[in-house]
Design a protein around this ligand. Structure first.
Ligand SMILES: NC(=O)c1ccc[n+]([C@@H]2O[C@H](COP(=O)([O-])OP(=O)(O)OC[C@H]3O[C@@H](n4cnc5c(N)ncnc54)[C@H](OP(=O)(O)O)[C@@H]3O)[C@@H](O)[C@H]2O)c1
Length: 263
């Protein structure tokens, strides 16, 4: 039995009948979030930007193991037309408005440059995908998510906004921009029943975390965590899962850091 099948046979399904889009769901944290939301009963749109085979594998795991289903949609979150198409595809696939938007797509400059050494091109790429991509997803979700209950906007940001580490300034600033935007979005959505929150992980063992890091950098991240280990994707997915359900309604306009106590 696959992990999704095991989970779906043993856990309650508070998201039964709901539609969730998870951006950046082909790999890493987004993949774990998509599988977890499926285990809670949601129908899933698995978004990705280039890795079609990996996205297909995530959808196949959901489709083979649960009553609910998943489709994949390629879309670059930094492109307004593609974000629109992503929501169109979700509504069409499940003949329903979207209930939950989790924006997990993101990039980190694995050269870890200081501000003095960051190129304008790298700044633009980071802000285009992380900050503008989040804006476009928030904008579309604010206009199209289900009103009157069940609407959930969840943006994946970073505990670095609290950690303020050198050599990650542009990435961190892009995530800080999202956190500010979401706090305001929650207020703008007054009367819709839609909540908007951020989940801000600390270091999580994914391709993004390891890319470009020396052994020393990895060891430092482990040392800085009171629990003495890197986070895993399964440390983040249940937090997002809770925020996606009705039980989380009173959490709105917040940034929830999930980092084992590192900041
Ligand atoms: N790992 C960490 O330590 C950590 C800590 C805090 C926050 N985060 C945040 O958590 C999120 C996921 O990180 P991760 O570690 O899981 O990263 P990852 O393993 O590198 O996965 C990134 C995902 O984002 C997708 N993606 C990248 N650019 C995109 C675009 N323009 N449009 C749509 N999708 C795009 C990728 O799709 P393809 O597979 O198609 O390329 C992939 O699914 C990011 O927002 C990251 O900033 C990560």
């Amino acid at each position: 039995m696959s992990s999704a099948a095991a989970a779906s046979s043993s856990t309650p399904r508070p998201l039964h009948g709901r539609v969730a889009i998870v951006t950046g769901a082909s790999r890493g944290i987004g993949r774990a979030i998509a599988l977890h939301l499926a285990s809670l009963g949601a129908n899933l749109v698995i978004n990705y930007s280039s890795n079609a085979a990996l996205a297909d594998a995530v959808a196949a795991e959901i489709n083979s193991s649960s009553a609910n289903s998943a489709v994949t949609v390629r879309a670059d979150v930094s492109d307004p037309a593609q974000v629109k198409s992503l929501f169109d595809a979700a509504e069409e696939a499940f003949r329903s408005p979207v209930h939950v938007l989790v924006n997990c797509a993101g990039v980190l400059d694995s050269k870890y440059p200081s501000i003095a050494n960051t190129t304008v091109e790298d700044f633009d790429r980071t802000f285009n995908i992380n900050a503008k991509g989040s804006f476009l997803c928030c904008k579309e979700a604010a206009n199209r998510l289900k009103r009157g209950g069940g609407g959930r906007i969840i943006m994946i940001t970073s505990s670095l906004v609290g950690g303020l580490k050198p050599n990650m300034a542009v990435y961190t600033a892009s995530k800080a921009a999202i956190e500010t935007m979401v706090r305001i979005l929650a207020k703008e959505l007054k009367g819709t029943g839609i909540t908007a929150n951020c989940v801000a992980p600390g270091p999580i063992a994914t391709e993004m975390f390891y890319e470009g890091k020396t052994e020393e950098m990895i060891r430092r991240s482990i040392d800085e965590c009171p629990l003495g280990r890197l986070g895993e994707t399964k440390d983040v997915a249940p937090v997002v899962g809770f925020l996606a359900t009705d039980a989380s309604e009173w959490i709105n306009g917040q940034v929830i850091r999930a980092n084992g106590g590192y900041v």
